[in-house]
Design a protein around this ligand. Structure first.
Ligand SMILES: [Zn+2]
Length: 396
């Protein structure tokens, strides 16, 4: 299927040109001025964009596909963890059914690559990991899925969890996660010792949830950067959320951002937090890689989210105070090309040689696409039409 040739006629590019796009071997083979000869799939002047990438999503947690469940409104990370441990086993649908429902929705919205954090703890062991891995296998060819072995309930206070993470990595988990080394696990050094040792032993990347704010959070970021630098892990370590980078302390911010940039540690933002969030422009100006994800989508943590990274680009733009078209285009970029690169995939663009993972929407410009989030979308995976107008057309 990936070897076939096809043509997308009458596409609008972000710079306003109307073109025909030739696809071969899953990649864009040529882009020519629109000739009007027909013969390909007519995009009717839709704006053609690189498809979206969700850098952080919890496929095993989602309640997508189930009736609406009222949220109990737990106030802290610790309360949300306990709430989830209490209720997840009683959920009506098993993980594969809920995860597949979300994946179909994400693909229909334009996402063709993602990184998912899967809970591993002393209660469920590797159950969710195995379930998500099986779902990922089913969707192979439609969406690239990286799996993080994620200790949602911590490591140090949960006997056996380090060994479970080790087992998941041995079974093929792509990365090892971590969780609030200081505030949740109570010993940042010991927590990070375990995480970096596991990554080193298996030759895998790291993606750590860090919710801690202010100087304490930034101290952990600099510790993570120092460890990543010493281990030669540039490009292989992400810190998700990193709310502490939203600090008003300019000197603390600069020192922390410079440490992250020097070590090649990336930041993942899901952005619409009520508190401080990492400032996208300021981080990029200091050389820090930043990309975006949904995080929780309609689960026991959050009632919000719909698997639409175009909407995420809008939320990020609003949260970051973006108004200029170039800034909104940047928000789209961290929801697409930047995420692909951090996932170790080819960069995304509508350009010759780039993967034909594409999204066509009824808009004139990228900024309009983000502002409007048009419902009528065509989603292509390696040149194959995988969704049309919100309907998933894949095999799952
Ligand atoms: Zn998360």
């Amino acid at each position: 299927m990936e070897g076939r040739r096809m043509r997308l006629d009458n596409a609008r590019l972000a710079d306003g040109r109307h073109v025909d796009v030739m696809v071969e071997g899953g990649r864009i083979a040529a882009i020519a001025p629109h000739a009007g000869g027909g013969g390909g799939m007519d995009l009717g002047g839709r704006l053609l964009l690189p498809a979206l990438v969700d850098g952080h999503v919890h496929l095993d947690k989602t309640l997508m596909g189930m009736p609406w469940r009222p949220n109990s409104g737990a106030a802290t990370v610790r309360e949300r963890i306990e709430n989830e441990r209490r209720y997840r086993r009683g959920l009506a649908h098993p993980v594969p059914r809920r995860a597949a429902a979300l994946l179909r929705r994400m693909i229909a919205n334009g996402t063709t690559a993602l990184r998912t954090h899967v809970d591993i703890d002393d209660d469920i062991g590797l159950e969710n990991f195995h379930a998500v891995r099986a779902v990922a296998e089913r969707f192979r060819g439609e969406v690239d899925i990286q799996i993080v072995a994620f200790p949602q309930s911590g490591i140090l206070g949960r006997p056996g969890v380090a060994e479970l993470l080790d087992a998941a990595l041995a079974e093929g988990a792509d990365l090892v996660g971590g969780l609030d080394p200081a505030s949740y696990d109570g010993d940042a050094k010991a927590h990070l010792d375990v995480v970096f040792a596991l990554a080193g032993r298996h030759g895998r990347g790291i993606d750590i949830h860090l919710h801690d704010r202010d100087a304490g959070g930034n101290a952990q970021l600099r510790d993570i950067a120092a460890r990543a630098g010493a281990a030669g892990m540039a490009g292989l370590v992400t810190v998700s959320h990193a709310f502490s980078l939203g600090t008003p302390d300019a000197a603390d911010f600069a020192a922390t951002a410079d440490a992250l940039a020097a070590a090649g540690v990336a930041i993942l933002t899901s952005s619409p937090s009520a508190g401080p969030v990492p400032p996208v422009q300021a981080l990029r100006a200091r050389g820090v890689a930043i990309y975006a994800g949904s995080d929780n989508i309609r689960d026991l943590w959050s009632p919000f989210g719909n698997g639409c990274m175009l909407e995420r680009a809008l939320l990020i733009s609003l949260r970051q105070g973006f108004r200029a078209d170039d800034d909104i285009a940047l928000a789209y970029g961290i929801c697409s090309d930047a995420g692909a690169r951090m996932l170790g995939l080819p960069g995304r663009a509508v350009a010759v040689g780039a993967p034909a993972d594409l999204l066509a929407v009824a808009a004139e410009t990228l900024a309009e696409a983000v502002a409007e989030r048009p419902a009528g979308r065509l989603v292509f995976r390696a040149g194959r039409l995988l969704a049309r107008d919100g309907a998933y057309l894949g095999n799952n």
